[in-house]
Design a protein around this ligand. Sequence first.
Ligand code: FAS
Ligand code: PHB
Length: 389
Amino acid sequence: MRTQVVIIGSGPSGLMLGALLSKSGIDNIIIDRVDRDYILGRIRAGVLEVGAIGLMDRIGAGERMHREGLLHDGFSLSFSGRRHRIALKELTGTSVMVYGQTELTRDLMDHREQSGAKTIYNAGNVTPHEFDGEKPYVTYERDGVTHRIDCDFIAGCDGYHGPSRSAVQGKGLQTYEKVYPFGWLGVLADVPPVHHELIYANHARGFALCSQRSPTRSRYYVQVPLTDKVEEWSDDAFWDEIRRRVPEDVAQSMVTGPSIEKSIAPLRSFVAEPLRFGRLFLVGDAGHIVPPTGAKGLNLAASDVHYLFAGLEEFYGEKSKAGIDAYSARALRRIWKAERFSWSMTMLMHRFPDDGEFGQKVQEAELDYLASSVPAQTAMAENYVGLPY
Ligand code: FAS
Ligand code: PHB
């Protein structure tokens, strides 16, 4: 088999890149170790920046997103029993859209199927080869047979645990990492959201987030110790805990119900440098991870795709290598700013056991200052809606 670009991973990164390449007439094959349903069963991000929305429009897969997505002009921070709204649209002229990653991925998968572009699911032992040279290829196993796909480039869109980054270990890869001493217990429930916008809560018992997927489906999170197991958390225990961490009026109006998904995700900040090794590129979670506090994970995947597609389009169009040569540095400049913002939001909103009462008081003082300073709110708002590509 031969194609121009092999994309490892059928998550948001791989699907967005594949769609842009196909639209530009650049042949590509997406290959994943699991299948469509498994990927759609993973409940993840919920907030889209204007850049990610624009990419979906450019691809031509944004129709349902605009129909069903919820435009949000702000979000609230709750602390010390009070709430303060960060007026995103007023402060920056930009809104964000609440539209689940599952739905965005579904739209991209449907769009790819209609385009006739090739996707290989349930591929075992996917391995990138010879990407240091001019003739890379990827092998995979299926039905007991090893297959080979020759190509010009390999896009490693295979997430944090994928084979692409491990293939470049020892080839000049530098990694930067911070692991947080807690996780997020997330619950999805078919209950109406408690508020029309998101609420990020700082509380002495720990962080909580009131998010949503639609007017009838809510997504909630509470910070939990890393030792917690999801099976230890009954739905009732979850609802009791999140209502302890939000202001009284919010707790009183929260509609509870059975969870349709419940899971614990660890939090880490991680960056791999560089993001390019010869003819192999790291894209999205394969190259970086952010704690979800800033809602940046999926959105960084979108900006990586924007930069890499620009480089590949230039390579095949004008036969210039300038864009692919610049990919890593361009992407990393935006990645590090999002890493900083996600780290700062995490440090501000979570309970750090080792910081004691002093740490809690300092966080409350910073939030009180933020609530009184328009420049400080503008800085937070600019980062939350997404810095320019
Ligand atoms: P993905 O991980 O989505 O996709 C990688 C794909 O590669 C997968 O389909 C996988 O099957 C495939 N793959 C892996 N190994 C392979 C192999 N060996 N061979 C072939 N294929 C392979 N972001 C937010 O903004 N907000 C959130 O609330 C949020 N919550 C998250 C919760 C969890 C548990 C996780 C893990 C991430 C969360 N994220 C969140 C971040 C998430 O949304 C990512 O940023 C987003 O999925 C990145 O997309 P991709 O780069 O495509 O990686
Ligand atoms: C979500 O709805 O899953 C969500 C929203 C905002 C975040 C993190 C997760 O910062």
